[in-house]
Design a protein around this ligand. Structure first.
Ligand code: C5P
Length: 228
């Protein structure tokens, strides 16, 4: 692609997996590699967009040319995204955010001698950042979420996606199937993009970079029509 069809568009993007500390040396994390989010950033940059990338834990290097804001926890990601929201035309929450965090973070390393054979952790729910951003957005800002599901059938996957799109009030939801061998650390991806009403806008399969371009084709239209 040699076009700069996203020139002038400001994209705020989160990528990677959050980590919730248990003590100074341990955390609860997830298998997100950040590859799809980073591919989105690369694709957007190559098409002339301005990209602000809020990075939780990534297994891949950050793209050159993006403004990078590193974070660790869901709470930090939330603070950063809310602070940056005002300067964005399009907001994409590609990060895998921990649904729960430990209620207490131990000041010192948790010792097995002190805790015995069974250790019970108490977890509290993290705020839903995507839903919050969608609720706080200014008119014209486009908000996009991801839904990684382990659903068996395609219909089940789409139904989960529709419910989630409605609950989060995002303009678009990118739904993909994940499991032990697909989705997270892989180089390819298959996604269905739903609009806020749960209707299929596009489906795309291919490398994470080509899927990123397909997603951006949808957003280019939406962002542009709101921009003018
Ligand atoms: O509800 P679920 O975690 O499946 O939703 C996934 C989407 O919501 C992703 O876009 C993710 O970045 C976002 N999310 C969030 N805050 C959370 C959990 C998920 O913004 N606490």
């Amino acid at each position: 692609r040699g076009t700069a069809d996203l020139a002038g568009l400001r994209i705020l993007l989160s990528a990677g997996g959050t980590r919730e500390p248990l003590d100074p040396v341990r955390f609860l994390g997830n298998r997100s590699s950040g590859k799809q989010g980073v591919a989105l950033a690369e694709a957007a940059l190559s098409r002339g967009a301005t990209v602000t990338l809020v990075t939780a834990h990534l297994e891949v290097p950050v793209p050159g040319g993006a403004e990078i804001h590193p974070v660790e926890t869901a709470e930090q990601l939330r603070t950063e995204m809310n602070a940056l929201l005002g300067g964005a035309d399009i907001v994409i929450m590609a990060a895998a955010v921990a649904d729960y965090r430990p209620r207490e973070v131990a000041e010192g390393k948790i010792k097995k001698d002190a805790t015995g054979d069974v250790l019970t952790l108490e977890l509290v729910k993290n705020p839903d950042i995507l839903a919050e951003l969608a609720a706080n957005r200014a008119p014209g800002q486009v908000v996009v979420g991801f839904a990684a599901e382990t659903a068996g059938s395609r219909e089940e996957l789409l139904e989960l996606g529709r419910t989630k799109a409605a609950r989060k009030r995002a303009d678009y939801l990118v739904v993909n199937r994940v499991g032990w061998t697909e989705g997270f650390a892989t180089d390819g991806n298959t996604v269905v993009v739903l609009d806020g009403a749960g209707h299929i806008v596009i489906e795309a399969t291919g490398s994470k970079l080509s899927v990123a371009h397909s997603i951006l084709n949808v957003l280019a239209e939406a962002g542009r029509s709101n921009h003018q």
